[in-house]
Design a protein around this ligand. Structure first.
Ligand SMILES: Cc1ncc(COP(=O)(O)O)c(C=O)c1O
Length: 386
């Protein structure tokens, strides 16, 4: 029989995170700080809107680009929060999570053999989706000493005549790093000089802990026309299971993204989109409450690491800390595997996010303070014994 499988697919490796959590699921009383998912429920009035719409029979397809009122809500939110100006008529598409936006943007913009620059470490879906789109991932290794930010020098050095795009994502998963306006302005110069494009995954844009709010690279002069901004409802609105996200970009790109979307998913769930309208226009207080809670937990973890003499880069966004474990002389995988088997604490090896993550572990603080306290007790016992 012929091999039924596509070579690009068989060449992909399964996510290192999944493997780890399969082991964790078989051990009793495990505390897991592994998943990048808010522990809060979706705000009640958002859920109520979905229930109402279901009762009213809103069970039909929506327009391919998404409900117009939701696109208006998304445009207003991005204008109000980040001073981004996008036309709901043709510069916004509602997607099945930010995940679909990543895939659509890559498949729309990448031709076979185009190079796409990816930061290492980075979110696990970029390299597989680039590969499936026919692109060639080119990695830039980030440095803890540079706060895991992309520097113009590193970007310049990675660009070749085949480079089409760079993917950036700040606030960042897994490092918790952010990039400020001045940092983005420097890399924007390099991007414009080489006439390349940016996929800016800003899914954690509402979760920053500094005095200045999130700033989008699309705001910089000359960048809107070469940037696709991706965002969604999963993190800020605690809506992971609703599978709702969006992309903002130039009409010529969004139009083509809609073609793929139309032939593959048609549109996200209509009821979910109605809930999204309420979320994006009426959840400022809930977002602030969750952000404040994450910040308390972040501070708690940082203070615990200090008391344990663990060196830790201060994350200023998202809900992760990326802890340096190099002094223990174990690979990040061995460190996490021993911590899991010997002390029933599940965290993610940095190597799951690329070679640049080796020597680090990712700890999510989207968990209650009680769980974090118990986790820190277990971590302390473990590091005292190695
Ligand atoms: C950086 C980043 N982008 C995208 C996603 C996926 O988001 P969504 O649930 O909207 O598909 C995640 C989820 O963890 C993420 O961390």
């Amino acid at each position: 029989m012929r091999n039924p499988l596509n070579k690009k697919v068989t060449s992909l490796t399964s996510s290192g995170i999944r493997r780890f959590f399969e082991i964790a699921a078989m051990i009793e009383d495990v505390i897991s700080l592994g998943v990048g998912e808010p522990d809060f429920d979706t705000p009640w009035h958002v859920r109520e809107e979905a229930i109402t719409k279901l009762r009213q029979g809103s069970t039909f397809y929506s327009p391919n680009a998404g409900l117009y009122d939701l696109r208006v809500g998304i445009a207003d939110f991005n204008k109000r929060k980040y001073q981004l100006d996008y036309d709901p008529k043709d510069e916004i598409i509602v997607t099945v999570g930010c995940s679909e936006g990543i895939d659509l943007a890559l498949r729309t913009m990448i031709d076979n053999g185009d190079e796409v620059i990816v930061l290492d470490p980075s979110y696990v879906s970029y390299i597989p989706t680039i590969t499936l789109a026919g692109g060639v991932p080119v990695l830039i290794s980030l440095d803890e000493k540079e706060k895991f930010r992309l520097t113009p020098e590193k970007l310049e050095a990675a660009i070749t005549p085949k480079t089409k795009m760079v993917i950036i994502s700040y606030p960042n998963n897994p490092t918790g790093a952010i990039m400020e306006k001045e940092d983005l302005e420097k890399i924007a110069e390099v991007i414009k000089k080489h006439d390349i494009f940016v996929l800016s995954d800003e899914i954690y844009s509402e979760l920053t802990y500094t005095d200045t709010p999130h700033y989008s690279i699309a705001n910089i002069e000359g960048m809107k026309e070469r940037t696709i901004v991706l965002n969604g409802f999963s993190k800020a609105f605690a809506m992971t299971g609703w599978r709702l996200g969006y992309a903002l970009g130039p009409a010529i790109v969004i139009n083509e993204m809609i073609k793929i979307h139309q032939y593959t998913v048609i549109a996200p769930s209509t009821v979910g989109q109605y809930a999204g309208i309420v979320a994006i226009s009426d959840c400022d207080d809930e977002i602030e409450y969750m952000r404040t809670s994450y910040n308390q937990r972040r501070r708690y973890l940082l203070s615990m690491f200090e008391s344990m003499n663990l060196e830790c880069f201060e994350p200023e966004g998202a809900f992760y800390v990326f802890l340096n474990i190099k002094k223990f002389g174990l690979s990040s995988n061995d460190f996490c595997e021993r911590l899991l088997r010997e002390h029933k604490l599940a965290i993610v090896p940095g190597s799951a996010f690329g070679e640049g993550g080796e020597g680090f572990v990712r700890i999510s603080y989207a968990y209650s303070i009680e769980e974090l306290q118990e986790a820190m007790n277990r971590l302390k016992i473990f590091i005292d014994t190695i």
